[in-house]
Design a binder for this molecule. Sequence first.
Ligand code: AMP
Ligand code: ZN
Length: 506
Amino acid sequence: MNIDLVIHNTLSNKKEKFEPIEDGYVGMYVCGPTVYSDVHLGNCRTFVSFDIIYRYLKYLGYKVRYVRNITDVGHLEGDVDTGAEDKISKKARLEKLEPMEVVQQYTVGFHDIMRILNTEAPSIEPRATGHIIEQIEMVQAIIDNGFAYEKNGSVYFDTIKFAKDKDVYGQLSGRILEDLMVETRELNNQSEKNNPADFAIWIKADESHIMRWNSPWSVGFPGWHLECSAMSTKYLGKTFDIHGGGNDLKFPHHENEIAQNFGACGCQPANYWLHTNMLLMNGKKMSKSIDPETGVSNSITPQELFTGNNPNISKAFSPMVIRFFMLQSHYRSTLDLTDAALVAAEKGYRRLMEANKVLQNFAAIENGAAGDLDKEINLLIDKTHSEMSHDFNTPMAMARLFELVPKVNGLKEGHLSFSDLTTDTLDRLKQVFSDYIYTIFGLKDELDSASSGNSSMDGLMQLVIELRQGARENKDWPTSDKIRDTLAELEIQLKDGKEGTSWSKI
Ligand code: AMP
Ligand code: ZN
């Protein structure tokens, strides 16, 4: 499609015309989850945002290689100086599991949620533990180029030397090296680092550490930032087009990734850096960590939203309503999750999907006049495309579609006339709705789900619930199990409560 794409590049802090390295192809790397616990809706927001970016790049005709990693080693709970533990090792130790059992459980859970939210799988999903050799090679290259040093079996990146040699440290995050030195010096004084702003790229494992590999320096494990440098280089090359992640990763993770890539390969890893903004809940950042004041974490899991089982919401919301809710804000703006906002999103989603159904069912028309209505519709369609190509502005593109909804309803109800439209314009209108709703926004028809209040589906489910109840009363367990299992395959969950049995989409 012949549309110029403009992207906000965090590296230059400017909007720039997107020009891929190779015509027609895009290489995109996005930092994936650390799989030591269930993802919360904030994590999902970031991955849904990049899913829409991935879908839109493909819609524009690019062949995209989308790499999103799984962090299964090296992400520490704090700084290496304070003896911080690897998040996965810690979970494995506390729950008496193999680290790979922890990784498997939460990776599967993550994939399930991504599928339910209708995100497309990346082209490659590499794991940090599957790329230890590449990481060791990268550490060696950084040492050989003079940007890292070994101390007692651990290897540290020499941030001061790097900052003096290459004028890029701090460019992404705006952090000043001198300030960092002061900040980190206050935090730790027993470090083996030459300078407090240096960071570990290989960490010697102590006896209690369960995840460990041989290396030229010690039996140990890689620093967290290293995996993304090594895996992006392996699958996308030394310099590729787009690197993404949540904006809480700008520092230190992405700043240090750039330093490592320069240190090993002598160049910037990515031409465009994209950062998504945070999901808030009732005005505060969503996060897994426990708030010391309230004693609870400010987070909600997707499952809690789908079942309504969380004190912050009044009812269950379907996965597509959640996706619609996320589309209503720009990826670089914060998004505040409140019950009222979700209720409004549910109404908006239904209005859009119902208008689309009406539109797609319009019969072919005789060629009419290209009058005012025809012009207005074409203008709004053009604007939808230009909003989306302006830094993936989903709320503005959505707003244009909503300006088209009254035209559709007007045609249906007869206030507007098909004779004022050309055949091409009606076809174009049908196409733009279907392209945006399904292909780009990744929404699905869910008018028949629990939260839509669709009466025929409710009636049908009531019948199924009664049949299951009858089977249970007759102790016909195979039938009642079959009903439950088949519903589970259809992503419908039954809940038995005091008031009877209810159902919801999972
Ligand atoms: P983690 O599993 O903590 O490494 O995070 C996975 C991704 O989720 C990263 O790109 C984070 O930046 C992103 N993320 C974490 N919290 C939020 C939030 N509240 N809103 C949006 N993205 C988030
Ligand atoms: Zn990363």
